[in-house]
Design a protein around this ligand. Structure first.
Ligand code: PBG
Length: 340
């Protein structure tokens, strides 16, 4: 015999309706947990030799390599839009590349000239300079190579020279992207000794050996130098996260002011774990391949490029990033200014 069923309180419909707050634009805006602002963004730029030179990067639609004179109006627009900083990457002429990458610490190299010109015109914008030898080496590796091995400690000596040279040109933030062990401490000591104790260090602390850097290597022209070689003996294995926490801990102990996780979207879990563990300024690099994927799909009409970009960038904020390097910084700041 089955018992009759008594419903104490018939509740055929939900009292908690998550959709109530989603009904209106105003209520969605009101309860948004994260917001993207121009002040979250850093625009990377590729610098060309010469005057009045402009070359589109085919694998990065909307991105151009620009000579220093043409960078100035871009820097000006970034200032107007409230973008705090630019990250510069040189397209080094082949004749300036060498086995040892000595051009990296030539105080009249393209980077130094670009830094001086931008700082002279717009002292209020922050400049981030990459520290790694790959733009300058004939083999395209970030470090010095002997018998096929990337040399750690010898490379550090070169990186200290490069970082000091950038700081002397007026670079506000040196950003070692080379992944040699111990380079942050050595660069800090070198900068301090040279009187640049206020130059910031943003360490590419957890930089993975990623396929998403392809378009960047096209843009700076290091792809043909690197050839089929890879960077797996110094950049991190995409399978690891605990190792990223160790990398970050070491770089903080060596006095990094900010740490960066790179690439971006495939590594949001790493950003979150780093932010939770250390509470230090944590930057995300939305790298060239991630940018290219969105642009390429948008060009084919396969997705709404602007919406996909917006969604990607807010995801970094959600994951805990304090700032984002993205090739879409200027276009995003323009969109935020328009209010759409
Ligand atoms: C070079 C460097 C790379 C990037 C930034 N600095 C490429 C690499 O490590 O091979 C990649 C940036 C991007 O893909 O947008 N040390």
């Amino acid at each position: 015999m089955s018992q009759p069923i008594h419903l104490v309180q018939p509740a055929p419909f939900p009292r908690n309706r998550m959709r109530r707050l989603r009904q209106h634009g105003w209520s969605r805006r009101l309860v948004a947990e994260h917001r993207l602002d121009a002040s979250d963004l850093i625009q990377p730029l590729f610098v060309l030799e010469g005057r009045n030179q402009r070359e589109p990067v085919p694998s990065m639609p909307g991105v151009e390599r620009l000579s220093v004179d043409l960078l100035l109006p871009v820097a000006e627009r970034a200032v107007e839009l409230g973008i705090p900083a630019l990250a510069l990457f040189p397209v080094t002429p082949l004749e300036c590349k060498s086995e040892g990458g000595e051009e990296a610490w030539n105080d009249d190299n393209l980077m130094c000239r670009a830094i001086r010109a931008i700082k002279r015109a717009f002292p209020e914008i922050g400049l981030v300079g990459d520290v790694a030898l790959d733009p300058y080496t004939t083999h395209g590796q970030d470090g010095l190579v002997r018998d096929g091995v990337i040399l750690n400690d010898e490379t550090i000596v070169a990186l200290v020279r490069q970082a000091t040279c950038l700081a002397a040109a007026g670079c506000d933030v040196v950003a070692p992207s080379d992944m040699m062990d111990g380079r942050i401490g050595a660069i800090r000591a070198g900068l301090d000794e040279a009187g640049f104790e206020n130059t910031l260090i943003c360490s590419y602390a957890a930089k993975y050996a990623s396929a998403f850097y392809g378009p960047f290597r096209d843009a700076v022209g290091s792809a043909r130098n690197l050839g089929k070689a890879d960077k797996k003996t110094y950049q991190m294995d995409p399978a690891n996260t605990a190792e990223a926490l160790r990398e970050v801990a070491l770089d903080i102990a060596e006095a990094a002011d900010m740490v960066m996780i790179k690439p971006g979207l495939p590594y949001l879990d790493v950003i979150r774990r780093v932010k939770d563990a250390f509470q230090v300024p944590t930057l995300a690099y939305h790298v060239s391949g991630e940018y290219a994927m969105i642009k390429a799909a948008a060009e084919r009409g396969w997705l709404d490029g602007e919406a996909a970009m917006q969604e990607s960038l807010i995801a970094f904020k959600r994951a805990g990033a304090d700032a984002i390097l993205t090739y879409a910084a200027l276009e995003t700041a323009e969109r935020l200014r328009r209010g759409d």
